[in-house]
Design a binder for this molecule. Structure first.
Ligand SMILES: Nc1ncnc2c1ncn2[C@@H]1O[C@H](COP(=O)(O)OP(=O)(O)OP(=O)(O)O)[C@@H](O)[C@H]1O
Ligand SMILES: [Mg+2]
Length: 293
C-alpha cells in the first residue's frame, strides 16, 4: 500500500465512512486534481477530451479526458455525487434531455464528434446503448420488449428475421432459457434480475457498439448480479462497455480499466488490477480502502 497523508488517517479514525462532501481533500491545489495515470488506450472506441458539464451555474464535471477501449469494460467509480452518471450520460447525449445541462469538450465515437452538427441522437443512442440502475422494461410482452428497437430501426426484413434477432438477443443476455416459454407474457412480470437482463437484451437487439451501464446491479440479488457480471465478460468480446458501480468488488471483477472520480474531477485512471492493489493518488487509496464514500 502507498503511504497516505496523515490527515486522511486522522479523519478516518473519527468515523467508519465519511461522506464525500465532508471529506477533507488533502491538497486542493490544481495540480493534485490533474488525472494520475494514462487516460489513453491504443485502440480507443470512444475518445473524450477536456469534457466539462454544467447544470446551470454548477459545474459537475471538470476537464475530464478519458478513452474507452475497444472490447474493454471500463469501470467508473467514486463517491456519490462525484459526477459518474453525468459523465456516462455525455457518452450518448442523454444529458441533452436535461434542459439546464451544458456539455463542452470533445467526445468522439470511432473518431467522429458525437456532438457534431447533423448527428442524429436517435441513431447515436442506437450505437451507444444504455442500461439503467432500475430495470425499466416497456409495459409490453417479453418478445415485444426486445423486438421494439429492431422494428423501429428497420433491422429485420420480415417476421422470421425479427424473431431471429429477438431470440439471439435473449440468448446473448443469458435470459433465453428462462423466458422461451413465456415470450407473450408481460416483461414487467419477470423478476428484477430477469428484467435487467431483458433490458440488456433490448439494448443488444439493435446492434450497439458501446453499452453504458449505470449501476446495473444495485437493485439485484447476488445471484442475478453474478449472472450480469458473467454476461459483461462475454459481451465485451463484441462491445465496449462502460459501467458505473458503487461496488469496488464488482469493478475489480468485471473491468480491465478503472476511472476514479472525485467531486467532478477524474482523479486517477489505470489498469484495474493496479488501481486496486497499488493506487497512486491518495484520494483513490482513501476511497478504495473505505475511508470515505
Ligand atoms: N438533473 C440535474 N440537475 C442539476 N444537478 C444535477 C442533475 N443531475 C446531477 N446533478 C448534480 O451533479 C453532480 C453529479 O451528479 P451525478 O448524478 O452525476 O453523480 P454520481 O456520481 O452519479 O452520484 P451517485 O453515485 O449518487 O449516483 C451532483 O452534485 C448532482 O447534484
Ligand atoms: Mg449516479
Amino acid at each position: 500500500m502507498n503511504t497516505i497523508p496523515g490527515d486522511i488517517e486522522m479523519r478516518a479514525g473519527e468515523a467508519d465512512v465519511i461522506p464525500a462532501d465532508e471529506f477533507e481533500v488533502p491538497e486542493i491545489s490544481q495540480d493534485s486534481r490533474e488525472t494520475v495515470g494514462d487516460y489513453t488506450v491504443p485502440d480507443p472506441k470512444m475518445v473524450m477530451r477536456r469534457v466539462n458539464v454544467y447544470y446551470g451555474e454548477k459545474q459537475a464535471i471538470r476537464e475530464v479526458s478519458l478513452d474507452m477501449g475497444t472490447n474493454e469494460v471500463l469501470a467508473m467509480i467514486g463517491p456519490s455525487g462525484c459526477g459518474k452518471s453525468t459523465f456516462l450520460r455525455c457518452l450518448n447525449r442523454m444529458n441533452d434531455t436535461i434542459p439546464a445541462c451544458r456539455v463542452t469538450g470533445e467526445l468522439l465515437l470511432d473518431g467522429e464528434n458525437i456532438y457534431g452538427k447533423g448527428v442524429d441522437e436517435v441513431l447515436l443512442r442506437a450505437r451507444v446503448g444504455m442500461v439503467f440502475q432500475k430495470p425499466n422494461p416497456f409495459p409490453k410482452s417479453v418478445f415485444e420488449n426486445v423486438a421494439y428497437g429492431p422494428r423501429l430501426h428497420g433491422l429485420a426484413k420480415d417476421a422470421t428475421e425479427l424473431e431471429e434477432i429477438v431470440v439471439t438477443s435473449l440468448k446473448k443476455a443469458a435470459l433465453w432459457n428462462e423466458v422461451k416459454d413465456i415470450l407473450e407474457q408481460p416483461g414487467t412480470g419477470l423478476s428484477g434480475g430477469q428484467q435487467q437482463r431483458l433490458c440488456i437484451a433490448r439494448a443488444i437487439s439493435i446492434n450497439p457498439e458501446v453499452i453504458l451501464m449505470d449501476e446495473p446491479c444495485s437493485a439485484l440479488d447476488p445471484i442475478s448480479t453474478a449472472k450480469i457480471e458473467e454476461l459483461m465478460d462475454e459481451l465485451r468480446e463484441q462491445y465496449s462497455i462502460g459501467i458505473v458501480t458503487h461496488s469496488m468488488q464488482q469493478a475489480a471483477r468485471v473491468s480491465q480499466r478503472t476511472a476514479y472520480f472525485h467531486l467532478g474531477d477524474l482523479i486517477e485512471v489505470g489498469e484495474t488490477d493496479q488501481m486496486f492493489t497499488a493506487p497512486r493518488h491518495p484520494l483513490t487509496e482513501a476511497y478504495i480502502t473505505g475511508r470515505f464514500g
